[in-house]
Design a protein around this ligand. Structure first.
Ligand code: CP3
Length: 356
């Protein structure tokens, strides 16, 4: 075990060690539920400036770590910065979510340029370096990207929703969908490698919409590109672990875990972590999966769920997290409670409780 891994609990779990109580960070731990985020967000004016101004993005990344002492920081950025960096127009409409100029034809795709990616994401890499330099030594820095399929959904439909254009394209113009996914796959390899070279300790692939596809398309558009990313990134950086999040993929999470080469599987709210652990072909770290709406509601029910999830995974490599991102209405005190209740489990180690 190298020195870095000995110090950073999240990296120890990613290497297969069971740590008690499990280390914790939360998806969307930086964001609108925090007053200090809303202040900087207002200063930045628009969301893309917040992501691409290293001074602001660094501060926003560090805010939740300072407030709660999380075991990991996640780079503050967005999965849609990647198509934006290749030249696709992007704006975040107030209260409506992202809007992109949709890719409808081969010509729309040809207008994007992979060469723009590295110069356009320089501020993001500067943020990664600054965050790593300012984080406590024991805190893991997680870099990330969207998975090609999920990013392609926004690129093709131009907005969130249930992505009717992307799903129709899979049947009506599969060569264009494949070309979009190929461009995003190679860009993602470059983008994640750069984050690692600037100081990210591990990386996560967010596939928020993976669960929409039938199994054959899931293999082609989710598993295959993911496997290519994992293989290429880990060839260049063999020490780096990759967390995959095939949200709502159900039983397809099993072949995804077995065949893509990822080191850890992030579970959505619907999965039973202990059951997934039993079903996995080869043991691997699991991350998740408290319901973000229970975090918003708080109280005794939250405390019980935190303990149930942690205890259900006791003795297995587990990183505590949510099943999806924190919702903006979440009271910040509930997050403090979650961390406090989880860390209090140190007093009742897994060998003193009945085996899961
Ligand atoms: O703290 C963190 O988790 C790191 C930063 C992060 C953001 N987005 C910040 C953000 C990460 C890892 C993401 C990932 C992301 N972005 C995903 C995958 C995970 C998921 O939630 O399913 C997706 C699908 C996106 C695309 C996206 N970005 C949408 C649909 C929206 C609008 C919805 C919303 O919550 O506003 C965003 C905007 C966004 N990304 C915000 C934040 C903090 C809110 C923007 C604001 O402050 O106005």
């Amino acid at each position: 075990m190298n020195g870095k891994m000995a110090d950073r609990k999240v990296l120890r779990v990613l290497a297969g060690e069971a740590v008690w109580p499990p280390p914790v960070w939360l998806m969307r731990q930086a964001g609108r539920y925090l007053p200090e985020y809303r202040k900087l967000r207002a200063e930045a004016g628009n969301f893309i400036s917040l992501c691409t101004t290293p001074g602001l993005a660094t501060e926003v990344t560090l805010q939740p770590v300072r407030r709660y002492g999380f075991d990991a920081a996640i780079l503050f950025s967005d999965i849609l910065i990647l198509p934006w960096a290749m030249g696709q127009s992007l704006r975040f409409a107030e209260g409506e979510g992202p809007r992109l100029s949709p890719i409808e034809t081969e010509a729309d795709l040809a207008a994007l340029s992979a060469e723009r990616l590295v110069p356009a994401t320089e501020p993001v890499m500067e943020t990664v370096s600054r965050v790593r330099a300012q984080l406590p030594d024991e805190t893991t820095l997680i870099g990330f990207a969207g998975s090609p399929f999920t990013v392609a959904c926004y690129m093709i439909d131009g907005r969130g929703g249930d992505f009717p254009r992307t799903r129709a394209m899979a049947y009506e113009n599969p060569s264009l969908l494949t070309a979009v996914i190929e461009l995003v796959t190679s860009a993602t390899i470059t983008y994640l490698s750069q984050q690692i070279e600037h100081g990210a300790d591990c990386v996560m692939l967010f596939d928020s919409w993976a669960g929409m596809l039938p199994p054959d398309l899931f293999r082609a558009y989710v598993m295959h590109p993911t496997a290519r990313i994992v293989e290429t990134v880990t060839n260049a950086h063999p020490e780096v672990r990759i967390i995959g999040f095939p949200r709502l993929a159900g039983v397809m999470a099993l072949p995804y875990a077995a065949e893509t080469g990822i080191s850890a599987l992030a579970l959505d709210t619907a999965a039973d972590p202990a059951l997934v652990a039993q079903l996995l072909e080869k043991p691997m770290a699991l991350q998740g999966n408290l319901d973000p709406l229970l975090l918003r509601s708080g109280g005794e029910a939250l405390r019980h769920a935190v303990e149930r999830i942690a205890r259900g995974m006791a003795g297995r490599p587990h990183i505590f997290n949510l099943g999806h991102g924190i919702v903006p209405e979440t009271p910040p005190e509930h997050v403090a409670d979650l961390v406090k209740w989880l860390r209090a489990l140190e007093e009742s180690p897994p060998d003193l409780i009945s085996a899961p």
